[in-house]
Design a protein around this ligand. Sequence first.
Ligand SMILES: NC(=O)c1ccc[n+]([C@@H]2O[C@H](COP(=O)([O-])OP(=O)(O)OC[C@H]3O[C@@H](n4cnc5c(N)ncnc54)[C@H](O)[C@@H]3O)[C@@H](O)[C@H]2O)c1
Length: 269
Amino acid sequence: MSDNNSLQGKWALILGASSGFGAATARELASRGMNIFGVHLDMKMTKQRVLDVIADIEATGSQAVYFNMSATNARKRARAINKMKETLAASGQEQIWLMMHSLAFGNLKPFIADDPNDAVDQKAMEMTLDVMAHSLVYWTQDLVREGMLSRGSRIWSMTSEGSHRVILGYGAVSAAKAALESHTRQLAMELGPQGILVNCIQAGVTDTPALRMIPGHDQIIEASVRRNPGNRMTRPEDVAKTIATLADPAIEWISGSIIFVDGGEEITA
Ligand SMILES: NC(=O)c1ccc[n+]([C@@H]2O[C@H](COP(=O)([O-])OP(=O)(O)OC[C@H]3O[C@@H](n4cnc5c(N)ncnc54)[C@H](O)[C@@H]3O)[C@@H](O)[C@H]2O)c1
């Protein structure tokens, strides 16, 4: 059971819960007494990292209920939400206190290339936008309709400076980030009357598997350390601690914001 004024026993849903920011936030929230629903997409090669996150959550005494599925599959989403509803009911609750959207699955080709196979095409563009932006809306719609996101619940999305700057090979992801920020504002406005808070974190450059996929990531890492006022990269735990701190039920009037968790990297660009 959860008491209204503490995080103990409350549930969080993390989309992208097996790696990077999502995994760090799952661990941090569990260390503060929260139970975790995790959605992730892992094959054999990365299965161990999921098992490690689940083991760390359970070692704190919290529950971990993980779903290995594509977050964009509507049928699987409906099934997972049903299972979450049953799990909540079994713990005497109805509410997901916190939802984090931390999915990274984007096409990293340039827009312009002589060979069409070397450029972003319609399917790749749509897939990137669907996973990294639109899925935030669809999960939120379903959870609100089911009464699982309700007064006090908070939703976090994850953006990057790519939403407003250009990086070679990052065009489709940039578009997704711009859309994600727009979706965050729209949801904050539409869910305001229900007392649901919706915000976005712009993290600094962080060494995660997603960053390592970006062409030229070594230069991006080097430039980030050089220009960051704190002289280091952002760490997944920087974001995790911010989300966990702002999960405090006493925080109830931040919505529609983009919060920089980057040690000041944005202002030095
Ligand atoms: N790493 C950075 O420098 C950085 C900076 C700013 C913002 N971000 C953003 O933070 C978010 C998380 O990135 P990360 O660096 O932690 O990435 P990551 O690769 O470490 O983690 C991505 C997670 O998403 C899951 N996932 C991917 N596609 C999925 C799908 N279709 N269905 C279900 N799960 C899926 C993976 O299983 C994994 O758990 C992304 O939106 C990313 O753009 C990253």
